[in-house]
Design a protein around this ligand. Structure first.
Ligand SMILES: [Zn+2]
Length: 103
């Protein structure tokens, strides 16, 4: 499984192959800032979907790098929670799953 290298400024993403493992970082070919690495399951919005990109940016800033987030019921781990694509839902998501954020 590869990763996706994402540039939030240019709203682009590239799938990285297995040889990527050996590279510490990759810079965006457009703006040359270091790209953010996200798991393969991250589905980038279309370039024109500004609101969705804003949501992605918000989630990453809060420590949600599209890692698996779990729902808990009576302290028992349940299924993965789907990531929101809407900013309003994202704010609720961040509050609810704060303790699972990457610091
Ligand atoms: Zn860029």
């Amino acid at each position: 499984m590869g990763h996706k290298a994402v540039c939030l400024e240019c709203k682009v993403s590239f799938t990285q192959g297995t040889d990527f493992r050996n590279r510490r970082e990759v810079n965006c070919p457009h703006c040359h800032i270091p790209m953010i690495l996200l798991p393969h399951r991250f589905k980038p919005p279309k370039k024109s979907e500004n609101k969705k990109w804003e949501t992605v940016k918000f989630l990453i800033n809060k420590g949600f790098y599209y890692q698996h987030i779990y729902e808990y019921e009576k302290d028992i781990r349940q299924n993965y929670v789907a990531y929101p694509t809407d900013l309003k839902e994202a704010k609720e998501f961040v509050n609810k799953y704060q303790n699972q954020a990457i610091k």
